[in-house]
Design a protein around this ligand. Structure first.
Ligand SMILES: [Fe+2]
Ligand SMILES: [Fe+2]
Length: 184
């Protein structure tokens, strides 16, 4: 499995989490049954795995392919910029959520609006990488590139979707399993 396949699998997993977040957003908007602790678990996982590992790994991959093609360089630069924005917005959303959970006098609409924007931004980024950047990378990359990258890029077990779940993500893992059962 080459690095791009692994990143693609991360995208599938992230999409499942974004789906879970949109259910919570809908519940927040209805004013009924939103699970704020589940929301906090998802954001914590995104901060930990996506912002802390998936995006930095992509940044290294994109730097590796920089300078091969002008059009590709532009798209690579765009995605690296988006990673900065996404990380910043995860932090902001996390702070807002903590304030809400700690009973700060904060209108719930602040959380709802931030979450809505965050979801749209995350989805747009995933779609851009999957629909525009990854096909461009496949077109320029050779097998030798993937072999080199496989040994050079950092590698880490996914604490939620990997073979073993970290204790801190166990309730989120169970929520995902239930979500999957309901969908089938
Ligand atoms: Fe990315
Ligand atoms: Fe990505």
């Amino acid at each position: 499995m080459n690095t791009l396949h692994e990143l693609h699998q991360d995208h599938i997993n992230l999409n499942r989490l974004l789906e879970l977040l949109s259910h919570e957003l809908a519940a927040l908007k209805r004013g009924d049954g939103a699970d704020l602790n589940l929301l906090a678990d998802v954001i914590r996982y995104i901060a930990d795995y996506a912002d802390g590992y998936h995006h930095p790994r992509e940044d290294e991959l994109y730097a590796f392919f920089a300078g091969r093609d002008q059009a590709l360089d532009k798209v690579l630069g765009c995605c690296v910029d988006e990673h900065h924005g996404l990380t910043q917005h995860t932090r902001t959303l996390r702070q807002t959520l903590e304030e809400v959970l700690n009973d700060a006098v904060l209108p719930l609409t602040v959380l709802t609006e931030q979450l809505e924007q965050y979801l749209a931004e995350q989805k747009a980024h995933l779609d851009y990488e999957e629909g525009t950047l990854f096909p461009m990378l496949r077109a320029v990359a050779e097998e030798a590139d993937w072999t080199l990258l496989a040994s050079d890029l950092p590698s880490r077990q996914d604490p939620l979707f990997g073979a073993q779940q970290a204790a801190e993500y166990m309730s989120l893992y169970q929520a995902l399993q239930e979500d999957l059962q309901q969908a089938s």
